[in-house]
Design a protein around this ligand. Sequence first.
Ligand code: MIC
Ligand code: SF4
Length: 630
Amino acid sequence: MGLTLVEKIIKEHTTDPLVRGEKINLKIDQTLTQDATGTMAYLELESIGIGQVKTKLSVSYVDHNTLQNGFENADDHRFLQSVADKHGIYFSRVGNGICHQVHLERFAHPGYTLLGSDSHTPTAGGIGALAIGAGGLDVACAMAGMPFPMVMPKIVNVRLHNKLSKGVAAKDIILYVLKVMTVKGGVNKVIEYSGDGVLSLEVPERATITNMGAELGATSSIFPSDDNTLDFLKKQNRENDFVRLEADKDAVYDEVIDIDLATLKPMLACPNSPDNVKEVSELAGMKVNQVLIGSCTNSSYYDFIKVASVLKGKHVHKDVSLGIAPGSKQVLEMITKSGILSILLEAGARILESACGPCIGMGQAPCTDAVSLRTFNRNFYGRSGTNSAQVYLVSPELAALSAVNGCISDPSGLDLDLFEKPSKFLVDDSMIIKPTMTSELILGPNIKPLPKFDKLPSTLSKKVILKVEDNITTDHIMPAGSKVLPYRSNIEKISEFVFYKVDENFKKNCNENEGGFIVGGNNYGQGSSREHAAIAPRYLGIRAVIAKSFARIHRQNLINFGIMPLTFVNEADYDNISQFDELEFKDLNLEVNKNIKVVDKTKNFEFELCHGLTLKEITLIKAGGLLNTL
Ligand code: MIC
Ligand code: SF4
């Protein structure tokens, strides 16, 4: 029996049997971090205590916390530079671009494994790497040379046939996949793309698709490494990194989805979920206030060729603010040299830094009740910084055309190739600092030591501090934005903001009840990899989250910081529990495959929970978290 592409790469990186659903330990070749998760990851690496990192390559990027309203973010950048140098890690300076875009350009390697402390790490799947997002502590462990423990995923084959029509983009392919599979359809699965349609997609377009596979909850997404991959690597002066990779003809998949690219239409993901997808014809004509083009999903040079083709000789509508953030210094320099930048400026675009920016709520919050069209990957409630804003996720061409017309507009049929594809990318790595392993750590006053967490007691009786519905994101749990992000290195301070947009009394209720439990619905913790969504609740005394199901990265983060991720044996019990019910766990002597009995003392009934933990994970949780065991 033949192997899938994913199986081939995993086989090269583990000695464990490849049984779907079973735990495997994956050897990690490369790691990446970004500043918003990186400070924690490197504090954790420090506490593990190693010298030089053990990976083939580790890179630390600064791209998220780039607004410098006070000293905090700049101090974090300085700390990151010092810790990178100390441990032999490459450091991509602020201004060099968004981690995923720069990694794809300069480092991602077909057939390698990449673990990143950011959920969109699978962007590198566009070049044929097996790239996975994880919490900072898992990435720190990988830098220390430990294999990454993961569930052997199911493998979904998405077969692309024919070619996209004019005006339809790679973004529309992934929006279509999201519509079919939903935001929880990819949990513990890898999406492997194949078919003749793959050849019509350039590496950056493939990367748009693998990037947004994160929104499916998928472990990763991957394309074969073929002639287009070689072409991309050659243009980046990296042809030596090329390896040809594809699945065997007789590979066996767990699921198959066929997409005829020729029949796809331009689409939008409507508020407030990336899987709430509609065709443009259903929304055309709706007035638009803001258009933003950028983020790790759609900020490549190819994207800007399309945007400039739409904007050439036109002007942005008087009621629309158009913001543009090229994904990297490479892209910014290339649009400058090719004249594309002038076209954008003449059209009235506001040029933003090459960074995450508005995607993570770092500026550009739209006006009250705004309709904001973004080429980004997430439109979760409140993430834009304006709770009443309606955020739609779209392709660059749809965004640009709507900016000109002032309303949602259909780019079908547009000629988007007014500029030539580059014959070479502009390679300049001067903003990537090579490590010398000579630096001392430089900590600022806002960078606080990691909190110490106690062991799991053998019995617990505490209240349900909060009950929430399905699809709660880590943006609900631990919001980002310019007000909160500066405290990513200060757990005591950031814990004040846990769930503050959902229940402003969350912290107070935790304090008054000495912690307790959270009850959630399906897909609890989807979205970002931020481990702060586990550490900060743990700091406030949360000992268990009881949910119908969990998102992969967040579940692991909970375990890593000693919070039990428990699921209902009988989902109907979710309805029977209310906020502030007192739940009693009489015996927390967790055993593999053994359910836990809990009594709701307020309502006087007993119910059962499943933990699904391995022996190793039980040891971790009992010890109060992974760091306590290292
Ligand atoms: C995001 O897109 O939500 C982020 C910000 O990039 C996060 C990481 C973080 O919260 O720092 C992610 O996707 O993992
Ligand atoms: Fe940055 Fe947005 Fe990409 Fe997250 S999704 S890495 S915030 S650009």
